[in-house]
Write a protein that binds this ligand. Structure first.
Ligand SMILES: [Zn+2]
Length: 394
């Protein structure tokens, strides 16, 4: 009985780790950004004010610049503070939500049903966001009141950076790497190197060889311990005829598809940074269910089961293609017409041509009155209902 099921709170909270991690990481990044602005602008203001102690005409002009810089800092910090407030609110809402989960002991708690339904909506929104259906995700979040519990802001930011990469700009991606440098180092990210490498390759494509050489000396050599081989290949590009090279390695490095590779790499890094699975949780959850239902006959044209999601090869079945089959100790007979289980109340019946259907199915197929006729769905042969015989499975 479902209502006696004890809830494994620890496992549940482990599954929900990204739920808390996302606003936390955003807060951490924002905090670093504030710190950076304060340190940089603060140092400037401090030095400039020291120099402007004598009120000469020239120094008054300096004072105008100082005031403008201080006003700029105030605007930046006000904007960051507003973002910070929204992440703090989101973290608080998520912690309160998880507190309800931690308080539940068994699945008969009315909050359990509310939680599982909310989780399904959250997973659906996450799936839509991952597929770049942002408007649909936003609408669903608004209608269900779950805006604080889903990662709309994170995906907005991801889209902004990916849009930069789509138009051939690494600037947004490099800025993101700079804001998350220590966290990216912990997950052994290679993204910043690949972005630098791409900027170098773009200079090569424009035949700006001197600029490319200077760029490599400034940025690529920083990665020589980890990426010496890639740097050697990159330096080979300096001597390669860009338009006519037949070397597959150089052709691949110069190909426009590298921008898509960078977008995939960025997304993988962003998911890893926030402890999010690379595969959408909705897909993983569906696959767990599909593998339990999968049989060796699923998807075979002659064995399509009316109610089996794995047999739906155009929809859910695609998710089950690479999944293993579940091992069933006991078989269950299921009618191919109705999709209902065949048992004592709905026994299997065999037609004279040897094909078996449930009694319910034959009664539904009987077109006129109690005795048919019945058209066999597989062969098209026509029989009377009275010609069907009950099958005894031993
Ligand atoms: Zn099936």
């Amino acid at each position: 009985m479902a209502d006696r099921v004890k809830i494994n709170t620890e496992s549940l909270l482990n599954i929900e780790l990204p739920f808390i991690k996302v606003p936390y990481e955003q807060l951490r990044r924002l905090n670093k950004l504030c710190q950076k602005h304060i340190e940089r602008d603060g140092a400037y203001l401090h030095t400039a004010l020291d120099k402007s102690l004598t009120p000469t005409e020239a120094r008054l002009a300096d004072l105008d610049a100082i005031i403008a810089r201080a006003a700029g800092l105030q605007v930046k910090l006000t904007d960051l503070h507003a973002q910070e407030a929204s992440y703090v609110a989101s973290s608080r809402a998520r912690l309160d939500y998880l507190q309800h989960v931690a308080d539940m002991a068994t699945a008969d708690d009315p909050r359990w049903r509310e939680y599982t339904q909310g989780r399904l909506v959250r997973m659906t929104i996450d799936y839509l966001l991952r597929k770049n259906c942002v408007a649909a995700a936003r609408l669903l979040a608004q209608e269900t009141g779950l805006e604080a519990l889903v990662d709309l802001a994170l995906f907005d930011e991801m889209q902004r950076i990916e849009a930069g990469l789509a138009r051939g700009s690494c600037a947004e991606g490099l800025q993101w790497c700079s804001e998350n440098r220590s966290a990216l180092k912990k997950i052994k990210s290679r993204l910043e190197f690949f972005l630098r490498l791409q900027e170098y390759i773009e200079l090569i494509k424009q035949r700006k060889y001197m600029d490319a050489h200077a760029y490599a000396r400034k940025w690529l050599v920083l990665w020589r311990d980890e990426h010496m081989q890639e740097i050697e290949h990159a330096m080979g590009l300096l001597a390669c005829p860009v338009a006519t090279t037949t070397c597959r390695l150089y052709q691949a490095m110069l190909a426009p598809e590298q921008w898509q590779v960078l977008r995939d790499e960025f997304r993988a890094n962003c998911y890893a940074l926030h402890s999010m699975a690379e595969q959408a949780p909705l897909v993983l959850t569906l696959q767990a269910g599909l593998t339990a239902l999968k049989t060796p006959h699923c998807g075979h044209p002659g064995d399509i089961h009316v109610n089996c999601p794995v047999c739906r090869t155009q929809t859910l079945g695609t998710l089950a293609q690479r999944l293993p089959q579940a091992q069933h100790v006991n078989s269950t007979l299921v009618c191919r017409v109705t999709g209902r289980v065949m048992d004592d109340n709905n026994p299997p019946m065999v037609l004279p041509n040897g094909f078996v259907y449930s009694r319910d199915a034959l009664q539904e197929l009987a077109q006129n009155g109690d005795d048919g006729p019945i058209t066999c769905p597989r062969t098209g042969a026509v029989f009377r209902l009275s010609q069907a015989r009950k099958v005894f499975v031993t």
